[in-house]
Design a protein around this ligand. Sequence first.
Ligand SMILES: [Zn+2]
Ligand SMILES: [Zn+2]
Length: 171
Amino acid sequence: MTEESPINTNIAETTNTRVKNCIFCDLIVANDPNIILEPRSDQFVIIKDIKPVATHHFLVLCDKHIKNAKSLQPNEQDCNLLKSMVAAAKQILLNNGCDLNDTRMGFHWPPFYSIGHMHLHAISPASSMSVFNRFVAFNPSFSYVFVDVDYVLKRIGCKDKNETENPSSVT
Ligand SMILES: [Zn+2]
Ligand SMILES: [Zn+2]
């Protein structure tokens, strides 16, 4: 783990309005049933990653434009958002017959992310990923690049133990 960086208290990175030239905001607005998967809610939207690194590779996008997981604030609203995204990721993996014990879930960590609209990666089976993806690009032990859900939950002070015992973060 990298050293904890201070929570960014500038909430300007988060907006309730759609952001121009954000591919994920555009997808949410377009609301194409061939792209948007179930479950969906007013908190999140799930799509398939266009460059899957395993048989099942989903992205849970927050509905609201939040720049990245590092922009999440230590409050109940963002805790609940994070938990609902994780629950959705587990649900779609289970709906697709995935083994949650062979799953990689987490977030790109700045500055190593390509799209500046927060999205949770849910990948399964994790054991089938290439060596690079497994040990570098999607490896939460390598937290310069990718962090797991527990890391973010702890960072913003989410107290609920149920989520921290989540088997999906087992590698
Ligand atoms: Zn966006
Ligand atoms: Zn990504």
